[in-house]
Design a protein around this ligand. Structure first.
Ligand code: AMP
Ligand code: ZN
Length: 493
């Protein structure tokens, strides 16, 4: 596989270019991980699956991979996604929400959602990262980085925190196109903080002796900013310059822009050579949001009976650089394909017929084409089509399958599984996830849904709400979608 080139779109240079590693044959890769204030949704996993496919493709090309996927368990503020350093810590906010009532403190909440995330990661059959560092376990390094940045003239202390001066780093804005000029306008709408020299400056450290997670620093009690966490953890595990960094499209700005500014100011070296961003997942053609009722966590879908491997299949069925529309039909199609792989896998395991190898050469070619497709900017639709063509060839042999053909079939399925992770799970716990059986008779739920629809039609909203509350008490959550009302049994870990 040494002669193949792995090409990926690079957000910085805005072109598809070969993924180059500083050390030949060794990829050092950092993917931004989840903020553990809630269960990860399928959109989050779309981005993590891009990273997983990159890791798998690199390994198929015989590269060594050091893959880091962090856990953001402090410091990601509600305002951080749109501007800089304002709002509430997402974990603190979650503790005060209805779901938060079941936790004794914010540490327990973080632990719970981290464990749930790791479980979902395995259920969707992603390969384990080499390191899964937690921001809260690297606070000392973050404080040292903030001190270093002040000393080097890139940051300054105010009564409310330590801020990075965006003007001190002329390249700020190169990745996202959010130049300092654009920023002045964008940021002002969100937050004005007179403590900052410029409104676009972002926090490395927030002074706060009321925060539920706080550490002592030369700047007093407080907590780190979200961006410095990733700069520090990437450097700790991968070195000053990394080969590849990924995240969802919303990470491009401000998160990754800020990481570059911090890391390059700290080391004086380029931070990262290749940037990959996954476009957002939509559900039934719309942005996923709780208010639209089309917001799904992995465990929601599993509780509704979806096969985790089918969820994986559906989530990787589109090119990562284009928005993907997740639909029930897409999930059903994925399920049908997963069944084909299961049958093919069973078939090759139970063969007694002597004869020639009729499949080896074709399957070898199909595997090669699937790998080529992934090495060509992760063209998953083509890779999945080639893989399926192979599975169909095996199935078509049926009872005529010979021992040598079955051996080729098995080799093909094993290699396709290493590449795409869709034939069988690598984790025992994920093999037979039982959908949480609803404690309530589905027929009763459906009749309540129909009654509620009638109530809504006749504008009896009080009755409609009462039905929702009634079902909620039975552990059934209703979701109004453009195509009607759906229900899920509320899952628990
Ligand atoms: P968060 O937990 O908010 O820190 O997000 C974890 C990862 O999921 C980040 O890389 C986000 O960019 C990514 N992400 C969030 N929403 C979506 C979505 N709808 N589709 C794809 N990726 C997403
Ligand atoms: Zn990050």
């Amino acid at each position: 596989m040494g002669d193949k080139i792995f090409r990926l779109y690079d957000t910085m240079s805005k072109q598809v270019k070969p993924l180059e590693t500083r050390e030949p044959g060794h990829l050092r890769f950092y993917a931004c991980g989840p903020t553990v204030y809630s269960y990860a949704h399928i959109g989050n996993f779309r981005s993590f699956l891009t990273a997983d496919l990159i890791v798998r493709t690199a390994k198929a090309l015989d590269w060594k991979v050091t893959f880091v996927n962090n856990i953001t368990d402090v410091g990601h503020l509600t305002g951080d996604d749109v501007a800089d350093s304002e709002g509430e810590d997402k974990l603190e906010k979650a503790l005060r929400s209805k779901e938060g009532e079941s936790f004794n403190n914010v540490w327990e909440l973080a632990e719970h959602y981290t464990a749930a995330f790791e479980q979902d990661w395995q259920r969707l059959n992603l390969q384990e990262p080499n390191v899964r560092p937690k921001a809260t376990q690297h606070v000392r390094q973050q404080i040292l980085a903030a001190e270093d940045l002040i000393e080097k003239g890139f940051a300054y202390e105010t009564p409310t925190g330590v801020y990075y001066s965006v003007e001190s780093f002329p390249k700020y804005g190169k990745l996202s196109g959010n130049t300092q000029e654009n920023l002045r306008q964008a940021v002002r709408e969100v937050v004005v903080d007179d403590n900052k020299r410029a409104q676009a400056d972002f926090a490395l450290w927030k002074k706060d002796d009321h925060h539920l997670m706080q550490w002592y620093s030369p700047f007093g009690w407080g907590f780190p900013g979200w961006h410095i966490e990733c700069s520090v953890m990437a450097r700790e595990y991968l070195g000053d310059t990394i080969d590849l960094h990924s995240g969802g499209e919303d990470n491009m700005f401000p998160h990754h822009e800020c990481e570059i500014a911090q890391s390059e100011a700290l080391t004086g070296k380029p931070f990262c050579n290749h940037w990959v961003h996954t476009r957002f997942l939509q559900v039934n053609g719309e942005k996923m949001s709780k208010s639209l009722g089309n917001f799904y966590t992995v465990r929601d879908l599993i509780a509704k009976g979806a096969d985790p491997l089918a969820i994986r299949y559906a989530l990787i069925s589109g090119i990562y650089g284009k928005p993907l529309n997740f639909t029930d039909q897409g999930l059903r199609d994925a399920q049908a394909n997963i069944e084909r792989y299961r049958k093919a896998d069973e078939l090759v395991a139970n063969v007694t017929k002597e004869g020639e190898d009729k499949l080896g050469a074709t399957l070898e070619e199909l595997y090669d084409q699937a790998l080529d497709a992934l090495a060509n900017d992760l063209n998953t639709p083509v890779a999945l089509a080639k893989a399926l063509e192979g599975a169909r060839l095996i199935l078509r042999e049926g009872e005529d399958l010979t021992i040598p053909s079955a051996a080729s079939g098995k080799r093909f399925l094993d290699r396709i599984n290493d590449l795409l992770g869709i034939v069988r799970s690598s984790y025992e716990m994920a093999e037979a996830p039982k959908p949480a059986a609803p404690q309530v008779d589905p027929q009763l739920i459906e009749s309540k849904i129909a009654e509620r629809a009638e109530a809504k039609k006749s504008k009896d909203f009080a009755r409609a709400d009462a039905i929702r509350t009634e079902l909620d008490a039975l552990g059934i959550e209703l979701r109004d979608t453009p195509t009607g009302t759906e229900w899920v049994a509320k899952s628990s870990i």
